[in-house]
Write a protein that binds this ligand. Structure first.
Ligand SMILES: Nc1nc2c(c(=O)[nH]1)N[C@H]1C(S)=C(S)[C@@H](COP(=O)(O)O)O[C@H]1N2
Ligand SMILES: [Mo]
Length: 406
């Protein structure tokens, strides 16, 4: 009895300090009850996100942008989507944070402190496109389980860090290395410490690219907590799930990494196209690598009204995984004819590219402006949905906005 009261008092005082003021009738509060003030934190405030961001899930937190919010050339935190598979790590002590490189294909595992990583290796900054493999999932039919992303699970921020390659060279990698797999500090939804929410990776040639970073800064400041503070793997152009947040360990594997969400249907699509709704055997599913060509019209916002006789300036971004976007077009007649947009070179490999165009509407009425990007292999975005797949990945259909001319 005494012990129970003691525990209750300790819980009450920690709740009171979290709320910032005493809970007056706290002792009469039912056991195990969580006060409302602690039940519903405001995610926009908590993550410093714009109020126009859309929350898709709160356990775990998942939030997406709308197309017009992604208008900046470099995505600021307030418009960056959040995709968490588990719970954000609690009470991070950066002075104790370490990164360990281990696995079958390293001679001797090696552990670095954060300050060693920062001082020992040369730092690089790249602007890198991160798109969730499930971006666009909401359009698939039959529907796929998971977050119903529309178009807003993509970002292109500046990331500063050191090259993974430099660290792997310092550790020493065996000739049989095939893949790297990451392990992170986030917590499984079940809170079972033996389970990981996600542990993905990439083949060695992606791991060794110049732009594959162990990042500790985003847009010139510490990485925000929900985006992987204090250390994050960044592999632009691939499904963003490869870019492990809250990074603690990288295993260099002598086989394809088999961590959480590397196997089964996770981040895999049928190797060959299948009919919508088909059951696909596991051995016919292939791991998603480079993301497909895609674009977003970020200005104006869909639903724009313009005066008759006025031209409309449109703009946005286009990206193509490991490739470059070589052509960007728009259509105002549902894809019957296409006109060229101006498209800029990327600031560096794996950064999205900006496009713009001036659109002339022939008469009053309702229009849709559709955007279509083409990559350096000559592949274009499909006008509507691409191939159905069981988990609803890789929807790179043309983005479209509604415009009324009157
Ligand atoms: N440790 C860890 N890393 C992670 C995830 C996660 O849940 N835990 N989610 C992945 C997925 S599926 C995506 S799409 C991106 C999302 O990155 P963001 O939340 O910074 O936009 O992080 C990836 N890295
Ligand atoms: Mo993702």
């Amino acid at each position: 009895m005494h012990r129970r009261n003691f525990v209750k008092k300790a819980v009450l005082s920690s709740m009171a300090s979290a709320i910032g003021i005493d809970i007056v009738f706290g002792t009469t509060m039912p056991d195990g009850y969580l006060p409302l003030a602690l039940q519903d934190p405001d995610p926009f405030e908590m993550f410093k996100k714009d109020k126009q961001m859309v929350v898709l899930n709160d356990k775990p937190w998942n939030m997406e942008a709308q197309a017009h919010l992604l208008d900046d050339k470099i995505t600021p935190n307030k418009y960056m989507f959040i995709r968490n598979n588990g719970l954000i790590p609690e009470a991070i002590d950066v002075s104790k944070w370490t990164l360990t490189i281990d696995g079958e294909s390293v001679g001797q595992p090696k552990t670095y402190t954060l300050s060693e990583l920062k001082s020992k290796f040369k730092q690089h900054t790249y602007q890198l496109t991160l798109e969730c493999g499930g971006n666009g999932r909401s359009e698939f039919d039959p529907p796929a389980k998971g977050n119903q992303w529309t178009i807003g699970a993509v970002s292109c921020a500046n990331w500063t860090g050191i090259r993974l390659r430099d660290v792997l060279e310092d550790v020493g990698i065996k000739g049989d290395a095939v893949y790297i797999g990451y392990h992170a500090a986030d917590i499984h939804l079940s809170r079972d410490p033996n389970k990981e929410p996600i542990s993905r990776g990439a083949p060695m040639d992606k791991a060794l690219q110049d732009e594959t970073l162990l990042a500790f800064q985003m847009n010139g400041a510490d990485i925000p907590l929900t985006h992987g503070y204090p250390l994050r793997l960044i592999a632009g152009g691939w499904p963003a799930s490869v870019s492990g947040k809250w990074l603690q360990r990288i295993s260099v594997r002598n086989k394809v990494h088999d961590g959480e969400k590397m196997t089964g249907t996770a981040y895999r699509v049928p190797c060959k196209p299948v009919a919508p709704g088909a059951k696909v055997p596991e051995e016919e599913m292939c791991i998603i690598e480079s993301m497909p060509v895609k674009s977003l019209i970020t200005y104006p916002k869909s639903g724009a009204m313009i005066a008759k006789g006025k031209k409309l300036n449109i703009r946005g971004h286009a990206w193509a995984g490991e490739l470059e976007v070589t052509k960007m077009e728009y259509s105002i007649d549902f894809g019957s004819t296409w006109q060229r947009c101006r498209v800029e070179k990327p600031v560096n490999r794996l950064a999205w590219q900006h496009f713009s165009a001036t659109v002339d509407f022939p008469q009053e009425g309702y229009y849709e402006v559709w955007g279509r990007a083409t990559d350096s292999n000559g592949k274009s975005q499909p006008m509507l949905l691409p191939g159905w797949n069981p988990k609803g990945y890789l929807n790179n259909a043309c983005h479209r906005i509604a415009v009324k001319v009157s």
